[in-house]
Write a protein that binds this ligand. Sequence first.
Ligand SMILES: *Cc1c(COP(=O)(O)O)cnc(C)c1O
Length: 395
Amino acid sequence: MSALYRDTQAYVDTAAVQRNLSKIRRRFPSSVQLMAVVKANGYGHGAIQSAEAALAAGADMLGVASLEEAVELREHGIQLPILVLAPIPPRYAELAAALDIRLTVTEAGWFKQREEFRQTPNGAPLRVHIKLDTGLGRIGLRSREEWKQLVPWLKRKDIVVEGMFTHFATASWADTSFVKLQYERFLSMTQWAHSSRIFPTLLHCCGSASALRFPEMALDMVRIGAAAYGFYPSALAPQWELEPALTLRSALIQVKQVSAGDTIGYDRAYKARGEEWIGTVPIGYADGWSQIMQNGEVLVGGKRAKIVGRIGMDQLTIRLSEPCRAGDPVVLIGSQGSEKLSCTEAASRAGVVPQEITASLTGRVPRNYEKLSKDEALQKEEYAWKPKQDLLRRF
Ligand SMILES: *Cc1c(COP(=O)(O)O)cnc(C)c1O
């Protein structure tokens, strides 16, 4: 249990992550593997906890963004296959092979560089997935020439070409023509492998948006990130009863009454129009509550309150519709009474995707994994971390 020395805390319902992944899994034939993407600390929900939820939901593989993230999962005893979704420095390939971590490869030069660092040519085989750039334009090979240069390396005995994949640029759009073009390009590029007598068993192209919207494009595996955490990846995605898993709470640290013309916060960015109640919430951009949330709202006393003035590093200020007191609970993501403020709503007001908000929550915001049944649970003693007696005695 994390310390409760500050009321700004995140609560993660890992059972919701498990249920989301189970629901997604049931939408596909059993021949389609499920990769749970737990990069960026499980989109802010906790990498290990999300990986365990994925395992419980029957996921076949985990996806991460860096070798660090993969190693962290292994260090915590996670044994599922893991794919690092982008190229890593070739000098760490042997470490990946030793830990049975699959790597993404995009060019022959990577293998060439790896030669310099290879100590034991007969070590564990390295499993790779070849990334194809069919239109996203970030990573992946595009031409048959690049493919041909790669082939001799892929034929080596210590290399297993397990998969080939691509990623869509416009999977959330109403206009589906570019997704379809990318999909067609992907299918025809996978033929290059077949004509080189290389037969990857896992062809995959769908992230959450395309998996939900175009399940017929699932091929051998879907890579599910956002939807696992209960975020609909597109307004056009079908409703699969996904549940958001993260709640963000805090409590007022001060409430004051101000008069017309009083200004609040840096640069005097907000000026009161009359007698107003202003509450201060101990969360700011160093917690991941960025200044893009400036026009947002929070919940206090079961009602919405507007964020006013600039969001600071540690604090933000809100305009209260009624006098409240220091200590009153604040909900930034979640529900309070009958009022609900979803991460998706907060994100759309800020012009970003919901996972940007949860993934941005910094280490200063403790993640709690106990189930909270009531708004008041935050204040309940059993949820408070108890300092060790000898520590207390010193004060
Ligand atoms: C992050 C990532 C995903 C997951 O995307 P979501 O939209 O969050 O499901 C899938 N594939 C790749 C290559 C990724 O980098």
